[in-house]
Design a protein around this ligand. Structure first.
Ligand code: ADP
Ligand code: MG
Length: 379
């Protein structure tokens, strides 16, 4: 089960971070020691108030291990090995890969498949896997076409079938300190070509990495870790660098899904924060937005009015999967799910119903500040 760090409080006050992560210093906090690492096609930032020293190497090792487990563009990564395996084949993976697969399995079960890393074929079909970012992208797969356009329906139908999306059929095994995963012995066929399950851990890897980096620097308290623009771990921030008590929290600005730069800011400390949005990667065809978050039940990008979800309170790996899942669920199901399963987490769900933006949240007034024309509704 998910062990949520629910005792961690969200409180008010100073200092600023943002999910687009610009650090504005303030409130008596002195020099910021600041390290950046380029992984997962994004930037990991570890901000502390003292030099990282040996921890730098530890952080690099963690990021390297996660990359080696989840990266679709790193040859020999665990996920590549899984994707290249034959149906029914068992392959050896790394310990980190095993941990991430295990957490992904838990999230899949908890969210009833709204979070489902076995959407790999669909993500690739819709043009959101990393190969489409290459400047020399050229069509190679039978379903490839010009970059980012609505695919042929026969592939959507095939790639959403449970033969290639039932992540519950993936088997994990640990034996003699070695780790294994078995691909389900099923596949689908389109025009005589066979396709087996493809995994995409892009919706959990950065969150997992943020947790692990935070573990390394956590004893410092006065820190934050951000991985990409969507996973953030905020230190306790209980003391200023000279040891004086600091009642301040971080101010996390949540990026606006459209237009304005931020729609609300949240005051928080000693907590993980995750965000997911339809504005991060998408394309528009015939006036319609197609985002990188796929509804596994339809095979299409989500189309339910939810534009972004941010969650404070779970671990970063959990939050990463949950924000994606809540986007897939849509507003009403998401609110029920939060009430039933995530008591103690603070969540903001930004939606567009027509032109007007509306945010549904279970946060208290003192937890946040609205910085846009969004209407607010508490649940
Ligand atoms: P980001 O990677 O920008 O932080 P998310 O955490 O929301 O965004 O993850 C979205 C990524 O996860 C997509 O780019 C895709 O690779 C993958 N994905 C898309 N739909 C799903 C889904 N329903 N369940 C799990 N992973 C998904
Ligand atoms: Mg996510």
């Amino acid at each position: 089960m998910f062990s949520l760090r629910l005792s961690r409080k969200i409180l008010a006050f100073a200092l600023a971070v943002g999910f687009s992560l610009t650090v504005l210093s303030g409130c008596g906090v002195k020099a910021v020691a600041y390290d950046e690492y380029g992984y997962f096609g994004s930037l990991t930032r570890v901000v502390t108030y003292e030099e990282l020293g040996e921890d730098k190497t530890k952080i690099k090792n963690v990021l390297n291990d996660v990359d080696g487990a989840i990266s679709l563009s790193v040859e020999g990564s665990d996920v590549r090995a899984f994707n290249d395996a034959q149906p029914g084949e068992t392959i050896e993976i790394s310990r980190v890969g095993y941990e991430i697969f295990t957490l992904a399995m838990q999230a899949y079960a908890l969210t009833d498949g709204a979070y489902n890393p076995a959407v790999g074929l669909l993500v690739d079909l819709w043009g959101f896997s990393p190969r489409f970012n290459d400047s020399d992208y050229a069509p190679v797969k039978p379903y490839d076409r010009e970059r980012q356009s609505v695919p042929n329906a026969k592939y959507i139908e095939a790639f959403k079938k449970e033969e290639v999306t039932d992540f519950g059929e993936v088997k994990l095994l640990k034996e003699d300190s070695k780790y294994y995963v078995t691909k389900p012995n099923t596949s689908v066929e389109v025009d005589g070509v066979t396709y087996s399950m493809q995994i995409d851990l892009g919706g959990i890897g950065k969150g997992y990495a943020a947790d692990k980096c935070a573990e390394i620097v956590d004893k410092r308290e006065n820190y934050y870790v951000s991985v990409g623009a969507s996973s953030l771990v905020l230190g306790a921030n209980a003391k200023t660098p000279d040891g004086a008590p600091n009642e301040g929290s971080w101010k996390v600005t949540l990026a606006s899904p459209r237009g304005e730069s931020s729609y609300m800011s949240v005051f928080a400390k000693n907590v993980s924060a995750s965000t997911s949005g339809d504005y991060e990667r998408y394309f528009v065809q015939d006036g319609k937005r197609y985002s990188h978050i796929i509804d596994p039940s339809t095979g299409y990008p989500i189309d339910n009015g939810v534009a972004t979800v941010s969650l404070f309170g779970a671990t970063s790996a959990e939050g990463d999967t949950l924000t994606t899942a809540l986007m897939v669920m849509g507003r009403n199901k998401a609110i029920d799910f939060i009430r039933n399963n995530l008591t103690g987490c603070k969540v903001a769900i930004a939606t567009y119903e027509g032109e007007a933006g509306k945010v549904y949240t279970n946060m208290s007034d003192s937890d946040f500040e609205l910085s846009s024309s969004f209407e607010i509704e508490k649940f």
